[in-house]
Design a protein around this ligand. Structure first.
Ligand code: ASP
Ligand code: MG
Length: 507
């Protein structure tokens, strides 16, 4: 049964959002929060109990709570290293190669993991039994799908999506059972009934108008009854009902799609770290949790490999100005990182917020005095790179127009170099282009700062600090959002450059 909730005790959103924990009482009784739990947050029975407790606690602060879950990920127990989505996809691909033993073995491991979770996280015996039946059916579906893949000897993106999404369906049922076990009404919902997508399997895009309609039609009545819906992340379905996925790591995106559809007041993204860190702690031991980060700064960080949130997560929230807080399931009292859409007033402008790096890259240069004023060299350069199927991390061209340089993953460099030499064979023969070369021991270091656009002197401090440390900068680019500067440095200087720039985060 639901524990009685006292509306008058609900605290305002500002309470939860003020980084200093200052209380303002607005009695915002209709507030709705979406809580997203990542793979490790539901990685085993103990984690699921903790996630369920967090969801129940949220019902004391919010009138309505919606949970979105990933598939079960890594457990704290090192003997269980099963990441469910990885295992499903791996087994499906092995089946396409004719390996039937692989999916049978996967089924046993998946059954062990999920049944242990049910056993340890769902207290009521009848509930355990019912959820066990449903998980069994989903595992049967997995085996049936894999056996047809095995017979066909090939796997389509459509079949991969049907298989990949099974992990979230199992996890949602177990987490809902765990929440019920704590005395709060809860039910699992498959997002294939809520999120309508196009049919680009493995990277489907939501069709927002239809998604809004369906999500509201299904979830609002449940919320009115005081039910906490537990929605599967990662998955959707086409208008015809064919299952799709939003791409790897897509549960974050699911949560913000659902939040936008419901006009939620807040999203809490629960992971296994204390929010977004100012740098990689393996490189910078005193890296700290960033208390408040703008969405633009965040997107620069996602692009540069900080990999905290799926890159599309922010977009649906930004439109509706829904704040998002990244929190740690295993340290829930830590405030985490609040993502906002305008730089907070109390932030001193011009301060570096975070420093990130991409290693194992090559700096490719196309140079020659004869390039100057010749239209089309840049266009041909980048269409050649695109034809090679390589994406470019960063581009820089001097106004002298005598060289173009850009950064690509190191292992793509040989193919790109030879494609460019073919493309420009005539120009090279005529000496209009001296040649195409690459510097393969490179790294990109990026300083992220929302104040970059409005504050003079930030880049001065960045280059000054690198100069003082004797670190050579080979190329520079400023992010178009004007909240990051990226520099190419030698791979051997990368960690030191990150540390030197991180020192400016306190300045
Ligand atoms: N389970 C999916 C994945 O591993 C989606 C997610 O966890 O965000 O990619
Ligand atoms: Mg994730």
């Amino acid at each position: 049964m639901a524990t009685p909730r006292h509306v008058s005790q609900k605290r305002s959103l500002t309470t939860l959002y003020n980084p200093r924990g200052i209380f303002h009482e607005h009695n915002k009784t209709m507030a709705l929060a979406v809580l997203k739990f990542g793979g490790t947050s539901v990685g085993d029975a103990q984690a699921i109990r903790q996630a369920a407790q967090i969801a129940c606690d949220a019902t004391a602060h919010y009138e309505h709570v919606v949970v979105v879950t990933s598939a079960m990920g890594k457990s704290a127990d090192p003997r269980d290293n099963v990441k469910v989505t990885d295992m499903l996809l791996h087994a499906a691909r092995a089946a396409a190669q004719g390996d039937a033993e692989a999916y049978r073995r996967a089924r046993r491991l998946l059954a062990d993991k999920h049944f242990a979770a049910i056993e340890g996280a769902v207290p009521a015996a009848d509930d355990r039994w019912r959820i066990g039946e449903e998980v069994e059916q989903l595992l049967n579906a997995f085996e049936t799908l894999c056996s047809s893949v095995c017979v066909l000897g090939e796997i389509t993106p459509r079949a991969l999506d049907a298989i990949a999404g099974l992990g979230e369906r199992m996890a949602a049922r177990i987490l809902a059972g765990a929440i019920r076990g704590l005395g709060v009404r809860s039910e699992a919902f498959d997002a294939s009934d809520l999120i309508v997508t196009d049919s680009r399997f493995q990277a489907a895009a939501p069709i927002m108008a239809l998604t809004r309609e369906r999500t509201r039609a299904r979830l609002l009545p449940a919320l009115e009854e005081g039910i906490v819906p537990v929605v599967t992340g990662f998955i959707g379905a086409t208008e015809q009902g064919v299952p799709t996925t939003l791409g790897r790591g897509g549960s974050d995106y699911s949560a913000s799609i659902i939040a936008a559809a419901l006009d939620a007041d807040a999203v809490f993204n629960y992971t296994d770290v204390d929010g977004v860190l100012s740098a990689d702690p393996r490189v910078v031991p005193d890296a700290h949790t960033i208390p408040v980060l703008t969405a633009q700064e965040m997107s620069e960080m996602a692009y540069f490999g900080a990999s905290v949130l799926h890159p599309l997560t922010i977009a649906p929230l930004l439109e509706r100005n829904i704040p998002l807080r990244v929190k740690n399931t295993f340290n829930p009292s830590h405030a985490g990182t609040l993502i906002v859409y305008r730089p907070p007033q109390e932030r001193r402008s011009g301060v570096i917020t975070a420093v990130t790096a991409i290693k194992n890259v090559s700096l490719v240069t196309v140079a020659g005095a004869g390039m100057r004023g010749v239209p089309g060299i840049a266009a041909r350069t980048f269409s050649t790179v695109a034809r090679a199927g390589v994406s470019v991390y960063m581009i820089s061209q001097a106004s002298s127009e005598q060289s173009i340089c850009f950064v690509i993953p190191r292992d793509a460099a040989p193919a790109v170099l030879s494609a460019l030499r073919d493309e420009f064979a005539d120009e090279i023969r005529r000496r209009d282009i001296d040649g195409v070369s690459s510097f393969d021991q490179a790294a990109i270091v990026t300083a992220v700062s929302a104040g970059l656009r409005d504050t003079p002197g930030v880049s001065g401090r960045v280059f000054g600090a690198l100069g003082n440390a004797n670190i050579n900068v080979f190329a520079i680019a400023q992010g178009s959002s004007e909240c990051s500067i990226s520099m190419v440095v030698a791979a051997s200087a990368c960690d030191q450059a990150v540390r030197v720039l991180h020192a400016l985060t306190h300045a």
